[in-house]
Design a protein around this ligand. Structure first.
Ligand SMILES: CC(C)(C)CCc1c(C(=O)O)[nH]c(=O)[nH]c1=O
Length: 309
C-alpha cells in the first residue's frame, strides 16, 4: 500500500504531516519532527524578528477541539533559514511565513529567496493586513491579487499558500481565479476558524487571555468546513495545483475523507498537540487498514472521487 504523495515534484513519503504552528517552533521540536513519521516538516509561521507572542493562557483545549490566540510566537526568519542550512535530513521542509504586513512579507521572502535548503514556502494568508486593524489578508481579495502580482515578479522558488476558511461559493471562485493566475505550488486549506470564543461557566469567563477571549478555532468541530474548502478548491483550482487538507483530523478515516475530497496530503494540528509524535504512526496505520479493506493500492485510486447523489 503506497500512501506517499508528490506535491508538484516534492516527493513526500507519507501524505500525513504536521500543521504549521503545532510543536514546530524550536530547534528541538523541528528535530523531533524531522526524525518522526511525519511526511514533511512544516515550521511555525515566522516573522522578520523573533516574537514572544501573546500573554498566556493563549491556547485552550475543549471537547470540540482547540482555541488559540498565540500571537505568532516564533524564533524569526534567520533562525529557520539557519536551521534549514544545517539540517542533514532528506525530509521535505515547508517554511511557513506570516509577516505582520505585506511589506514584511516581501522582506522575509527576499531572505528566503537566497536559501537553498527548503523545499517550499507556505505563505500564511491569515497574516494580518495591518492597514485595516485585525483584518486578515486572506479576506481582502484585491490586496491579495496585488500582493501575489508583485511577489511573483521576484520570488521564483516553490511557494504555496495557507488559506483561511471561506464560506460562500463566490469567494471560492474569486480566490481560485486569483490563484490560478500564478505558479502556486500548493494550497493548504484551512487555517483555524477566526474569532471564536470558548467559555468556562464556573468562572463565567472566557478561557484565553488575549483579544478578550477571541481566538482561532481548530480541531474536530471545524472538519466539515475544512472538507468543504478542500472540495471547493479541488473543483475550482487548476488541476496542477495540489491541495493539502488541514482541520480536525483525528483518525485515519478523517485522512481518507480529505483525500476523497481531492487533497493530495494532510496536516495535523490540534490532534498532534494532544497526542504528540506518536499521532503520525497511528494515523498511517489506520489509513493503511482502510485502504487494505477497500482494496486501494495508492491515494490515486480514490483521490477526489467523492460521490454525490
Ligand atoms: C493569526 C496570526 C497571528 C495573524 C497568524 C498566526 C496564527 C496563529 C497565531 O500565531 O496566533 N494561530 C492560528 O491558529 N493560525 C495562525 O495563522
Amino acid at each position: 500500500i503506497d500512501i506517499s504523495t508528490n506535491i508538484n515534484g516534492i516527493k513526500i513519503s507519507s501524505c500525513i504531516m504536521n500543521a504549521s504552528g503545532i510543536l514546530c517552533c524550536t530547534e528541538k521540536e523541528l528535530y523531533n519532527l524531522m526524525m518522526s513519521s511525519s511526511g514533511a516538516v512544516v515550521t511555525k509561521s515566522c516573522t522578520i524578528k523573533p516574537r514572544k507572542g501573546n500573554l498566556k493562557p493563549r491556547y485552550f483545549e475543549w471537547k470540540g477541539g482547540s482555541i488559540n490566540s498565540m500571537g505568532l510566537p516564533n524564533l524569526g526568519i534567520d533562525f529557520y533559514l539557519n536551521f534549514l542550512e544545517k539540517k542533514n535530513s532528506k525530509k521535505p521542509f515547508l517554511l511557513s511565513i506570516s509577516g505582520l504586513s505585506i511589506e514584511e512579507n516581501y522582506l522575509i521572502l527576499r531572505k528566503a529567496n537566497i536559501s537553498s535548503n527548503m523545499n517550499a514556502i507556505e505563505l500564511n494568508l491569515s497574516c494580518p493586513n495591518l492597514l485595516e486593524k485585525d483584518k486578515i489578508l486572506g479576506y481582502d481579495f484585491s490586496k491579495i491579487s496585488d500582493f501575489l502580482e508583485n511577489l511573483f515578479q521576484f520570488y521564483k522558488k516553490p511557494l504555496g499558500v495557507k488559506l483561511p476558511p471561506y464560506f460562500e461559493d463566490f469567494h471560492f471562485r474569486k480566490m481560485a481565479f486569483i490563484l490560478n493566475k500564478y505558479p502556486i505550488y500548493f494550497v493548504t486549506c484551512i487555517n483555524s476558524l477566526p474569532n471564536g470564543i470558548c467559555i468556562d461557566i464556573n468562572k463565567e469567563s472566557v478561557v484565553i487571555h488575549p483579544k478578550k477571549g477571541f481566538g482561532g478555532i481548530g480541531g474536530l468541530s471545524i472538519k466539515p468546513f475544512a472538507l468543504a474548502n478542500v472540495r471547493k478548491f479541488y473543483t475550482y483550482l487548476r488541476k496542477d495545483i495540489p491541495i493539502i487538507g488541514c482541520g480536525g483530523i483525528c483518525t485515519g478515516k478523517d485522512v481518507f475523507e480529505y483525500i476523497l475530497c481531492g487533497a493530495s496530503a494532510v496536516q495535523i494540528g490540534t490532534q498532534f498537540l494532544k497526542e504528540g509524535i506518536p499521532v503520525f504512526d497511528r494515523l498511517i496505520k489506520e489509513l493503511i487498514t482502510i485502504l487494505k479493506n477497500k482494496n486501494y493500492s495508492s491515494l490515486n485510486s480514490f483521490k477526489g472521487k467523492l460521490n454525490v447523489f
